[in-house]
Design a protein. Structure first.
Length: 120
């Protein structure tokens, strides 16, 4: 039995995507070209998929160019930048690199009321 490309659970014979992940793909495809992250999460939660499976689905990096969450974040960033008249070329790969760099950044012990100097 094959594993799902998105959640790594059983997909079925000769299938690359399980039933839940396929329904989530269909939901995202049906949202149209411009949607908010909240709209997407509401639509995904309306499917039969569990919260854990939704998280796995959003974190799936099928092509090694960033997860579904990264793709959506890049699209939303570009839309916002264009709306305020700023040039932009953010893609899922850039979002993934920023996310990974953030994980590697050392955590600074802050006293109550102090602000992290690396945060903008």
């Amino acid at each position: 039995m094959a594993k799902c490309l998105y959640c790594q659970e059983k997909a079925g014979w000769f299938k690359s995507v399980c039933k839940d992940c396929q329904s989530m793909l269909d939901v995202i495809g049906g949202l149209g070209p411009s949607f908010s992250f909240r709209d997407m999460l509401d639509a995904l939660m309306a499917t039969q998929a569990s919260n854990e499976k939704i998280e796995k689905f959003l974190e799936a990096d099928i092509k090694g160019q960033g997860s579904i969450r990264d793709l959506i974040t890049a699209r939303m960033t570009n839309e916002l930048a264009r709306t305020v008249g700023q040039p932009t070329d953010t893609d899922a790969e850039k979002v993934r690199r920023i996310r990974e760099e953030e994980k590697k950044r050392p955590k600074i012990a802050l006293k109550p009321g102090e602000v992290d100097p690396f945060r903008r």
